[in-house]
Design a protein around this ligand. Structure first.
Ligand code: PAF
Length: 322
C-alpha cells in the first residue's frame, strides 16, 4: 500500500478505508504459478469480490521484496501490506510458534490442517497478534524433504558432513545438527546461487518448492524424508489492519481462508505429480526410507529447544489430537 511505505498513514486510511480504492501488495517467495502464487491470487480475487472492488492489489512474488524475514519486518513497520510466508523465520518474532516447526510432530497433512484450523491454530494466531503482526489464516508449504548434490541419502549417516541450507529457524537447525549434517541458515533468495556455486551441498523443502524452483538444475538427489511439516501463514501489517473497519477486517479474514483453501488444493495437486516430474528432470528420487533413526536423532536434538522454554503441554495436545 503506497501510502504506508514512508511510514505516514495517509488521509485515506485515517478517514476509514471503507471508501478507499486501495492497491494492496502481497509479497511471497515463489513464482506466481506456485502454490503461494495461487494462494495470493485467491486472496486478492476474494477480497476484490467481497469489497465490491474497493480493495484491489497485486503480488510481489519470487522474493522481490527480500527474504521471508525481511518481509515480516516490512509488515511490522508498515512498508508492506500482506505476506504469505512459511513459519521458518516466524519463531524469531513469536517464539511460541516454534512448537509447530518441530520435526516429526505432525503425522500427515490431515493432522496438520485440522490442528491449525482448530483451537490450537487460533491460540497461535492470537499469540502472533500480540507481537505487532496480524495472523489472518494458516496456509501451507508442505512436508519438507532433503535434496543434495553429493549422494543418495538413505540413513542419517549419509547426512554426515553435508552442508545443508536450512531456514533461519532454531529447531530446524538443531534437528539437522542432531542428524549429523552441517546446517547453514540462509534466506531463500540466496539458495539457488549457493547450491549452484557449491557454497552448500543441499537444502530441504517440500516437493512444491523443489519443483517450482527447478532444483534439479543443481541437485541430483532427493530423499522423501518428510522430516517436518512446514506450515505457512497469511500475515497482514497491523498498521494496515488497524485502519480497517470491522466489516473490512472480516473480508480480509475471509479472503485469507479462501487463499489457504486454494493453496492446500494446489499442494495436493503438485505433490501427486511431483515425484514423476523430479524423475523426468533427472533427479534420483528415494521414496522409501526407514524414518525411525532420522526421527530419533532429530527429535532428541530439536524438541528441547522448544520444551526447555515453553514446556510440553502444547506439543502433547498436538500429538494427542485425533
Ligand atoms: O525454504 C524456505 O525458505 C521456504 O520453504 C520457502 C521456499 C521460502 C517457502 O516458504
Amino acid at each position: 500500500m503506497k501510502h504506508y511505505i514512508f511510514g505516514a498513514i495517509s488521509a485515506i486510511a485515517l478517514m476509514g478505508a471503507a471508501q478507499a480504492q486501495d492497491n494492496l501488495v502481497i509479497g511471497h517467495s515463489l513464482s506466481p504459478t506456485s502454490h503461494y502464487g495461487v494462494g495470493a491470487q485467491a486472496f486478492l480475487d476474494t477480497l476484490a469480490e467481497l469489497s465490491d472492488g474497493a480493495f484491489t492489489g497485486e503480488q510481489a512474488p519470487a522474493g522481490q521484496l527480500g527474504g521471508e524475514r525481511d518481509m515480516i519486518e516490512g509488515l511490522q513497520i508498515g512498508s508492506l501490506d500482506l505476506v504469505i510466508t512459511s513459519t521458518g523465520p516466524l519463531g524469531n518474532f513469536v517464539p511460541e510458534v516454534l512448537a509447530i516447526d518441530l520435526p516429526f510432530l505432525f503425522r500427515d497433512y490431515d493432522h496438520a490442517r485440522r490442528v491449525l484450523d482448530g483451537e490450537i491454530g487460533q491460540e497461535l494466531l492470537d499469540a502472533i497478534g500480540e507481537n505487532d503482526l496480524v495472523g489472518l489464516a494458516w496456509t501451507e508449504n508442505g512436508f519438507r524433504h532433503v535434496t543434495n548434490s553429493q549422494r543418495p541419502v538413505t540413513s542419517p549417516a549419509d547426512l554426515s558432513g553435508l552442508k545443508l541450507r536450512t531456514m533461519e529457524n532454531a529447531v530446524h537447525m538443531a534437528a539437522f545438527e542432531g542428524m549429523g549434517a552441517a546446517p547453514t541458515p540462509m534466506a531463500f533468495p540466496e539458495v539457488f546461487g549457493a547450491l549452484q556455486q557449491g557454497v552448500v551441498d543441499g537444502q530441504e523443502n517440500p516437493i512444491t518448492v523443489i519443483t517450482a524452483s527447478r532444483f534439479w538444475e543443481v541437485q541430483g538427489y532427493v530423499t522423501l524424508t518428510g522430516h517436518v511439516y512446514s506450515p505457512a501463514i497469511v500475515l497482514a501489517s497491523p498498521i494496515l489492519f488497524d485502519s480497517l473497519t470491522e466489516e473490512q477486517q472480516g473480508w480480509f479474514r475471509e479472503a485469507a481462508a479462501a487463499s489457504a483453501a486454494a493453496t492446500r488444493a494446489e499442494v495436493d495437486r503438485l505433490e501427486a505429480e511431483g515425484v514423476a516430474l523430479m524423475r523426468e528432470n533427472g533427479m534420483e528420487v528415494i521414496t522409501e526410507i526407514d524414518r525411525a533413526p532420522f526421527q530419533a536423532l532429530a527429535a532428541e536434538a530439536a524438541w528441547p529447544v522448544y520444551t526447555d522454554r515453553f514446556g510440553s503441554e502444547l506439543i502433547e495436545r498436538i500429538v494427542a489430537f485425533e
